[in-house]
Design a protein around this ligand. Structure first.
Ligand code: PMP
Ligand code: GLN
Length: 384
């Protein structure tokens, strides 16, 4: 392929952000907020930097953070988590890497759902696993029994699952989760459940952790990230929660991946996880307002916007918007000719991609969203 966006040397997020910088574009591609982080959590980190330890913390994380994670999930999701089940990692990315390296052995089949978060496939391949790809399809991206069956075989050892889902912005419902859990139990498969978006849910939705379904607690690795809970994506403080045999194996992998994560940030995250419910409610309300702003502006500009139930993202269906371009071409032209950056969702498929969907990040100030809408309106005029 000759397209610059189609090269796979670096992630699509990295490449789009590079192009956005090069062309001075409004960057609605990579998912990072330009507002919304809690100042008191940042203040705690600054204080911890000056007055706390700046030396290696324990390998599995500061005790205060492991306790805070356990307490947080008890309070918000009704889970009984022991602090010993928590391993603090350098972001969810390392949590995924440690879990996959720990649990996937040479030749093991791993079920992944497309479109998929970009790290999953290379990590499974690096562990020597064989990826089996099931696909979710626009516009409703529903997880059905057929989709699940498509990916499972006799050799499936693990499934990597993401809910709420990046890039589709789906929050899978109890019925969909029930189907997946039932298949995991029946086939004796471990679930690596990437739940980094668990707090970023809209319209009164509540997160259902996969580990809360019958038979799943003993076979689920739950992954979280402070980056998404506190809109601090650069901090890279994440964690895994897993029952003892799995958590020991994950800690063994983490030991030689990064060993630890900055103690000051860990201390600040421990403080943040104890914040009052009002903080989490306000965060959701603010992001929902931003979602409505972007969705409304784009609909007004003639785009067909898909629903966003959670995450920082919404998608546009190009074909349904009357735009006769595939997603990669649209995104390349939009960043160069119209000064606005978006993610082509086909880059998040490993095979047979949907080519008519682009992803936009709405976790931005009103002025940023307004500028993005105007530029996309202009792109539509230029390309149709
Ligand atoms: N998983 C998903 C689904 C994500 O969306 C992200 C970040 N956008 C990550 C993992 C990585 O999280 P972190 O920055 O904590 O490594
Ligand atoms: N998770 C972010 C997104 O989906 C990107 C993170 C990254 O650049 N690796 O946009």
């Amino acid at each position: 392929m000759t397209s610059k966006l189609a090269e796979r040397r670096t992630s699509i997020f990295e490449r789009i952000s590079g192009l956005a910088r090069e062309h001075g574009a409004v960057n609605l591609g990579q998912g990072f907020p330009d507002f919304g982080w809690p100042e008191d959590v940042v203040e705690k980190a600054a204080e911890a930097l000056r007055t706390g330890s700046n030396q290696y913390p324990p390998m599995r994380g500061l005790p205060v953070l492991r306790e805070a994670v356990a307490e947080h999930y008890g309070r918000h999701q009704g889970l009984a988590v022991a602090p010993d089940a928590v391993t603090v990692t350098s972001g969810a990315t390392e949590a995924l890497a440690a879990s996959i390296l720990a649990l996937v052995k040479l030749g093991d089949e791993v079920l992944l759902f497309q479109p998929l978060y970009d790290a999953y496939l290379p990590l499974v391949q690096r562990a020597g696993g064989v990826a089996r790809l099931a696909r979710l399809s626009p516009p409703d991206w529903r997880l059905t029994a057929e989709v699940i069956d498509e990916g499972f075989t006799e050799r499936t050892r693990a499934v990597v699952f993401n809910n709420p889902h990046n890039p589709t912005a789906r929050a899978f419902d109890a019925e969909e989760l029930g189907l997946l859990a039932e298949a995991c139990v029946r086939r004796d498969v471990v679930a690596i459940s990437d739940e980094v978006w668990e707090h970023v849910l809209f319209d009164g939705r509540r997160h259902i952790p996969l580990s809360s379904l019958p038979g799943m607690a003993e076979r689920t690795v739950k992954i979280g990230s402070a980056g998404k809970i506190f809109s601090l994506t650069g901090w890279k403080v994440g964690w895994t929660i897993a029952p003892p045999p799995l958590s020991e194996a994950i800690a063994d992998a983490h030991q030689f991946l990064t060993f630890t994560t900055a103690p000051n940030l860990q201390a600040a995250v421990a403080y943040g996880l104890g914040k009052e419910d009002a903080y989490f409610e306000a965060m959701r309300t603010d992001f929902a307002r931003s979602r409505d702003h972007l969705a409304g502006g784009l609909a007004d500009a003639g785009f067909a916007v898909l629903p966003a139930e959670g995450t920082y993202f919404l998608s546009i269906d190009l074909a349904a918007s009357g735009i006769p371009l595939d997603d990669v071409t649209f995104c390349e032209r939009a960043v160069r000719e119209a000064g606005v950056a978006a993610i082509p969702v086909s880059a998040l498929y490993a095979e047979e991609p949907a080519r008519n969907v682009i992803r936009l990040c709405f976790a931005k100030r009103a002025e940023t969203l307004e500028a993005g809408i105007e530029r996309l309106r202009n792109a539509r005029r230029l390309f149709v």
